[in-house]
Design a protein around this ligand. Structure first.
Ligand code: ADP
Ligand code: MG
Length: 298
């Protein structure tokens, strides 16, 4: 087990930031820790990385206790903090060299992480000269230096432009093939793009813990259409993203699509191209986003 959290609570003075939280993260999973701002994500991550201590409960990372086996936890974890504090005056390689010395990491490992995070063309530049996307890569390279089993990334994609976003997402997915990744975000789409599983946190409590593949199943879109004439199922199966077609009664068809994109206009065009009239056209949709909204009231 990579991460195991048992009944953790955290009080800041009289404010309860975490309230009796429990969850587990298995080896080699990419798990999204999703919640609105102030939900308690960073607090949980600081406890798991031993920066702060919980008020109640216990947590293990890589089977080490975060209170009594701090050093082993630190060796097991690579951490990218929310506001990744980088020294803008240092050159990329200088910065990584410095931290590698702290960890006692070999020179070859530095080259390895530079390569792994796609920093090779920027390694000779000052951190201050880099775009936000490349700075995040430096943060990731730094987190990977001591080759930890578990990566804890606090909002790794927040503030990136769309191109940087795509690159960092794909980098995290690549890293996630070998390591356990626990990443936080307040943006649902980030979870969809990167994670195997989502743990939703709201007001210091876990409100959902689900595999994305299970959610996606619930997210299939069903379009109900009534034509003025019979249509062969095989015909309807030619529509894009079709998963299945069912003739429910008369000339009414339930078409299931495996996409979130609104498919009604495709059905409309299909009818038009085939000289059919549409008598009714409705959509049943249960989106991941509405689950998040429902659970977090945002
Ligand atoms: P998130 O990362 O999900 O935005 P945080 O863990 O940063 O949430 O914060 C959870 C709650 O705890 C917030 O209400 C925040 O204001 C409060 N909080 C966080 N850190 C501190 C602190 N050091 N002292 C007092 N309150 C804090
Ligand atoms: Mg935070």
């Amino acid at each position: 087990m990579s991460i195991e959290v048992k009944n953790i609570s955290k009080l800041y003075k009289d404010q309860k930031a975490l309230n009796n939280i429990s969850f587990k993260v298995n080896d080699a999973e990419i798990v999204g820790f999703l919640g609105p701002n102030g939900a308690g994500k960073s607090t949980m991550m600081k406890i798991l990385t031993t920066y702060i201590e919980a008020s109640e409960g216990s947590a293990n990372v890589n089977n080490f206790d975060v209170t009594s086996e701090k050093k082993n936890v630190q060796k097991s974890v690579g951490y990218l903090p929310e506001h990744n504090p980088l020294y803008t005056d240092l050159y990329v390689r200088e910065y990584l060299n410095f931290n590698a010395n702290v960890y006692g990491t070999s020179k070859s490992r530095i080259n390895k992480v530079i390569e792994l995070t796609g920093l090779t063309p920027e390694a000779h530049k000052k951190i201050g000269q880099l775009s936000k996307g490349y700075r995040q890569r430096v943060g990731l390279a730094n987190a990977l230096l001591h080759n930890p089993e578990v990566l804890i990334l606090d909002e790794p994609t927040t503030g990136l432009d769309p191109n940087q976003l795509i690159e960092i997402r794909s980098l995290i997915k690549t890293i996630g093939k070998e390591k356990t990744v626990f990443l936080s975000t307040h943006i649902m789409q980030e979870v969809e793009a990167m994670c195997d599983r989502v743990i939703i946190i709201n007001k210091g409590e876990v409100v959902a813990d689900k595999y994305l593949k299970d959610l996606r199943e619930g997210q299939e879109q069903v379009v109900i259409v009534e034509f003025d004439y019979r249509v062969e199922d095989a015909f309807l199966l030619r529509l894009p993203n079709v998963a299945s077609v069912k003739n429910t009664y008369g000339f009414v068809y339930e078409i299931t699509f495996s996409t979130k994109e609104d498919m009604r206009s495709y059905v409309f065009d299909f009818a038009h191209d085939n000289e059919l009239k549409i008598l009714q056209l409705n959509q049943k949709n249960a989106s991941l986003e509405s689950l998040f909204r429902e659970l977090t009231n945002v």
